[in-house]
Design a protein around this ligand. Sequence first.
Ligand SMILES: C[S@@+](CC[C@H](N)C(=O)[O-])C[C@H]1O[C@@H](n2cnc3c(N)ncnc32)[C@H](O)[C@@H]1O
Length: 315
Amino acid sequence: MNVEEKIEPALSVLELSDPFHMCSVAMRFGLVPPAVETARVLEIGCGSGGSILPIASLLPDAKIVGIASDPHDVVAAKAIAEKMGVKNAHFWQLDWSELGPHLGEYDYIVCHDLFTRIESHLQREILSAISSLLTPSGVAYLSYDVKPGFDVRKMLANFISKKAAHFTKLGDRFSWKMEALFVLDELAKECKELDLLRHDPVYSNADDVLTSWMHAESVPLLFTDFARMLADHNLQFIGESDFFVREDLSPLILGSMSRTELERDRVRAEQYEDFVRCRASRRSLVCHSGLPLTLPDVRRLTATAGAYSSDSLTA
Ligand SMILES: C[S@@+](CC[C@H](N)C(=O)[O-])C[C@H]1O[C@@H](n2cnc3c(N)ncnc32)[C@H](O)[C@@H]1O
């Protein structure tokens, strides 16, 4: 069985935090974000520039800044930029607590793969930096792990690995782990709502997947707590960055809340969504509080997508 063939399409991190993509999703929610070609883009905690350097090379007229506290990251990012011939990316060794308006404003801010790996007072420092550096119509991207899916993954990985230890032969142990992941995948296919395996498409090596599930250093958040933290910093949730792939809220939620209720209480709807899907991680787009958001008509979008499906085109 080829597992990768069965995985639903998902956008990569690079695509999800690409300012063009952030801009187009934000526009679906009625916002008018800044022009992308000449944007000022900041990545907080940029590592060696893996996410932001491709953006810099695609947008030669944009001003790109990456900050990281680790000097090795900054040296590596600068060296790679030079090798790529990228001239519009700048990397600063800086603690995010030092970020302030004196360092300029940014139209798009990206913070990937660190938010739930750090303590809550540091999460607040990041939100405070985003709040003070984001231009009035700017859009920020934050990735983070969420309950309940993240905890469920850990629990399942522990169970599968403990059971595997009962097999004395290495081959048998490996087969059991693969089988267990296949069963989980089948379950996810049967129960369309379940999101457990999404965002984890590479599991030809069962050990890698289980190890990454078990030993992830992240402390997952409840979406409601994330939304509350945003509000404390005068920020608000726009929608998920993988909006187009996911078609937004699941039919179960759409069927049980009216459009008015959804618009009035998006945080509650999104939290239900995490429980229903057993979601493990999020990649959320965020803007300043007070900007008027309109909820895209998901039913109409889905129907339109149906009209253009390959089935209907060949019919
Ligand atoms: C897990 S890496 C994320 C790399 C990058 N975002 C990516 O997706 O490839 C965490 C990054 O955060 C940076 N970092 C950690 N604590 C920081 C702090 N207090 N201020 C600024 N950067 C910090 C590290 O130097 C590192 O570059």
